[in-house]
Design a protein around this ligand. Structure first.
Ligand SMILES: *Cc1c(COP(=O)(O)O)cnc(C)c1O
Length: 479
């Protein structure tokens, strides 16, 4: 007979707690050293850039080399990644996670309670209720609100629009489209709104893009004419989306005006607060989302301004009924009835079936520091962004696109040149990225290229931002 203990020796090893303990201690020490070094030495590279083909080769070769010590690989992964805890990581909106939130992610990955049904996710479902109730309270929903956590703003926006469609045209879910449906949204909205509407089968024409004013806020005085135009063309408009804030320029739409418009026409009012909805936690900045309590649904990403590893998004509904009826399907092996309001069977309402215990990461932040941590983060990021705008304005080599910024997103460009401004700013960013010294992105605003900074790490200082301008000036001299 074969000796099964030898045949399956790898399985035993993979589940060995002693091995885990050893590797875990080594990894935590390695991560702590890493964070310490990127925080304390801003001259280190933030992005160890390599071309895609080279990176592919590195890992292909790595996998072919047997290793008894996984910690070497962990080190190599760190070395070949962008460093989001670096104070000069000031590009995209993805946060520098607070370390307790990351640590609790390990617990989620070990416990692996896939929270679609209560028995598989008792703790996570209860925590999701507590935290989305807290958000509902901060938003100002006071009737029968209800929310859940889902995998990112993109999926949350899609789910919200599904709920909107279900509420406004209940027959679509069963019979498909019998009329042309449309949603209204700012032309500056995140692309995922357009994508969601197309996934929902509304087509390009079903996404009514409303122009913005000079602050990049939706023009509320043309809502009525765009609406009437759509109706005249045979569309049934079901929803309007407000941006809090827009992705490119960080502009907050006037939610009060949009709310009034939505209620006048019986539209679903959705707020895409993936980035900026977090300001509900700040006394100083919550005025930016005045009127958010009029919404039917609100999306807030914890992985943007709330220091939580991605993905981690809350979708909160003003009226619980609308979230329970979004998906009406029978899944008898999971639960008996779909539409009963069981908050504890998460999968009834989420797009996902199996879903990780993402909420532990948010919960651990709240438990450790209270909601004050969110307020401090939001205030720190917004305050420094305003100072950065002032700094750019005081430097004749640069111009800033929006003098009155609302959020932590700043667009500016280098102007001291005879070369075409788009060309030089493109080139400047490219060289900056390859230098690895800073990470910033770029965007096109009305066909003009701007350097785009999102200050998302609260440990970024004015010295870092001044150094960024100096670095750009130095690169420009070489061009
Ligand atoms: C980031 C963002 C999204 C997309 O969210 P993900 O979590 O990246 O899927 C949607 N809308 C806005 C306004 C955003 O800033």
């Amino acid at each position: 007979m074969e000796d099964t203990s030898i045949q399956y020796n790898l399985l035993k090893k993979a589940f060995d707690p002693a091995e885990f303990r050893k590797q875990g201690h080594t990894l935590v020490d390695m991560i702590a050293d890493y964070i310490e070094s990127v925080q304390n030495d801003p001259t280190q590279k933030v992005l160890p850039y390599q071309e895609p083909e080279d990176m592919h080769k590195i890992w292909k070769e790595d996998l072919q080399t047997p290793s008894s010590d996984i910690s070497e690989t962990f080190k190599k992964i760190i070395d070949h990644s962008i460093h989001v805890h670096h104070p000069r990581y000031i590009g995209h909106q993805v946060t520098s996670p607070a370390l307790i939130a990351s640590l609790s992610g390990l617990l989620s990955d070990v416990l692996n309670n896939g929270s679609a049904v209560y028995e598989m996710g008792m703790t996570a479902n209860a925590m999701e209720k507590i935290i989305t109730d807290l958000l509902a309270d901060k938003i100002g929903f006071d009737e029968d609100p209800s929310g859940f956590i889902t995998s990112g703003g993109t999926l949350a926006n899609l789910t919200a629009l599904l709920a909107a469609r279900r509420e406004k045209v209940p027959t679509v879910w069963q019979y498909g489209y019998q009329e042309k449906l449309a949603v209204m949204v700012s032309e500056e909205a995140h692309y995922c709104i357009d994508r969601a509407a197309r996934i929902l089968g509304m087509g390009e024409e079903g996404v009514i893009k409303i122009p913005v004013d000079e602050q990049f806020k939706i023009k509320t005085d043309v809502l009525e004419s765009h609406y009437q135009n759509a109706v005249d063309n045979g569309y049934k408009v079901i929803a309007i989306v407000g941006c809090s804030c827009s992705t490119s320029t960080g502009s907050y739409d006037d939610l009060e005006a949009i709310g009034h418009f939505a209620s006048r026409h019986n539209l679903w009012f959705h707020v895409d607060g993936a980035h900026g909805g977090a300001v509900i936690f700040s006394e100083k900045y919550k005025h930016l989302v005045k009127g958010i309590d009029q919404a039917d649904s609100v999306v807030i990403d914890f992985h943007k301004m709330m220091m939580t590893p991605s993905l981690n998004t809350a979708l909160v509904f003003k009226n619980a009924k609308t979230t329970y009826q979004t998906f009406v399907q029978k899944a008898h092996y999971l639960w008996d009835e779909q539409e009963t309001k069981e908050w504890y069977n998460g999968g009834k309402r989420t797009f996902e079936c199996t879903k990780g215990m993402m909420i532990i990461k948010v919960y651990s932040l709240l438990k450790s520091y209270g909601t004050k941590i969110f307020e401090q983060n939001i205030n720190a990021l917004h305050d420094i962004s305003k100072d950065f705008v002032a700094e750019i304005k005081s430097n004749a080599n640069f111009e800033v696109r929006l003098e009155q910024i609302s959020s932590n997103i700043v667009n500016f460009r280098y102007i001291n040149t005879d070369i075409n401004l788009n060309d030089i700013n493109n080139r400047l960013r490219e060289l900056l990225i390859k230098s690895g010294k800073f990470y910033i992105v770029q965007t096109r605003i009305k066909d003009e290229v701007f350097l785009r900074v999102t200050i998302i790490n609260p440990l970024t200082t004015m010295d870092d931002l001044k150094a960024l301008l100096q670095e750009i000036e130095q690169i420009a001299e070489t061009l």
